[in-house]
Write a protein that binds this ligand. Structure first.
Ligand SMILES: Cc1ncc(COP(=O)(O)O)c(C=O)c1O
Length: 373
């Protein structure tokens, strides 16, 4: 009899595992701690919009009825915020799901997908699942190498992914460079602008992917309610693209991808101006606090435009990660991305940022002393 692996589609056996941030409950259990700071998954430190919570509670009693499959209320609300027509928006079960659907809709076996590395892994996983060929273009000095991405384009290239800001570096591609790049991308390619952290960016030269859709370029924007809107646990994200691409994308949308609670929460969160302003304020202040602390500790870091910062502790992660956990601090070690002494830290509340910097300071000191012993 065939074993399970013999039954699998061949390409999925090469999939790398997705490593999620270590759950708070697990750290509590393993280390017997009660006060845990988790800054590992770029979630919202101010939690969930209060207006969204009320709307979600109200929606609970309707859960016996299937949700509306195309999330019309969310698309309508987004249409107002983004200034695009609702039929250019598709809502899915998180940005991850939307990225999967784009792959399902557009990738044939042996099409090529150009991604930067390191970057957000779901784009790679989707390409592999679809049997497409991945073309990885390394970042240079933590930034996209757009010339190298252009040079990698062939007749078989279907998707080119620009994660802006990039995860895990937090760096951005700026407008002038992006426009020069886009002009040179041939018509048989689609550029995916993964803008999961769009709302956090304050740089005046940051390009808004939707502008290029309006100008007629083959661009699909992917965004999410997981970050600014504090709805990571609800799983809701969306794609924006021109109608010709949307017609294709809609063909792979499952009947009920987004549940009622998530739809109600998303609509309410979009209108919770006070919460959104507080999140952005806290992120700005927290970024400043953390960068100043890294400067004091003489640690290098990337100039981040999102709600997280990639910094170099200069100490092997294998030493640092576990000791941070013992102090109740969960960060994302970046060894899998090739940065073996670096961590990605989500910008947290004042308390969370302080606790993390205190733990880091103590551990750096301990490491230095252990080297001198
Ligand atoms: C760059 C990027 N894109 C997409 C996503 C997907 O977000 P979600 O599936 O939570 O909507 C994330 C999540 O961390 C991300 O960092």
């Amino acid at each position: 009899m065939a074993n399970n692996h013999d039954l699998a589609r061949l390409n999925i056996m090469t999939l790398p595992a997705y490593v999620a941030g270590k759950p708070i409950e697990e750290v509590k259990r393993e280390y017997g701690l009660t006060d845990i700071v988790k800054l590992a998954s770029n979630e919202n430190p101010l939690k969930t919009s209060p207006k969204a919570i009320l709307a979600m509670k109200d929606e609970l009693e309707n859960c016996y009825v299937y949700p509306e499959g195309s999330s019309p209320s969310v698309r309508e609300a987004l249409s107002g915020v983004l200034n695009v027509s609702a039929d250019m928006i598709m809502v899915g079960n998180g940005g991850d799901h939307v990225i999967n659907l784009i792959g399902e809709a557009f990738l044939n076996q042996d099409d090529e997908v150009i991604v930067a590395t390191p970057s957000f892994i779901t784009h790679e996983l989707t390409a592999i699942i679809m049997g497409a060929k991945l073309v990885r273009v390394p970042l240079v000095d933590f930034h996209y190498d757009l010339d190298a991405m252009l040079a990698a384009i062939t007749d078989k290239t279907k998707l080119i992914v620009i994660c802006n800001p990039n995860n895990p570096t937090g760096t951005i591609v700026r407008r002038k460079a992006f426009e020069a790049f886009l002009e040179r991308v041939p018509k048989h390619c689609i550029v995916i602008m993964d803008e999961a952290y769009f709302e956090y960016v304050e740089d005046p030269d940051y390009p808004n992917g939707i502008d290029y859709i309006k100008q007629g370029f083959n661009v699909i924007c992917v965004r999410t309610f997981s970050k600014l809107y504090g709805l990571a646990g609800n799983r809701i994200g969306y794609a924006v693209c021109a109608k010709n691409l949307m017609d294709v994308l809609m063909r792979v949308q499952p009947p009920f991808p987004v549940n009622r609670i998530a739809q109600a929460g998303a609509v309410a969160a979009l209108g919770d101006d006070e919460f959104l302003a507080n999140v952005l304020h806290m992120n700005r202040e927290g970024r400043k606090f953390l960068c100043e602390a890294f400067d004091r500790l003489n640690l290098t870091y990337c100039e981040s435009h999102g709600n997280f910062i990639l910094f170099d502790s200069k100490i092997p992660n294998s030493w640092m990660y576990e000791r941070l956990l013992q102090k109740g601090v969960i960060l994302r070690p970046c060894g899998a991305w090739g940065y073996s002494t670096s961590f990605r830290i989500t910008i947290g509340t004042e308390y969370e940022n302080k606790k993390t910097i205190e733990a880091l300071t103590e551990l750096i000191d301990l490491y230095e002393r252990s080297k001198n012993d």
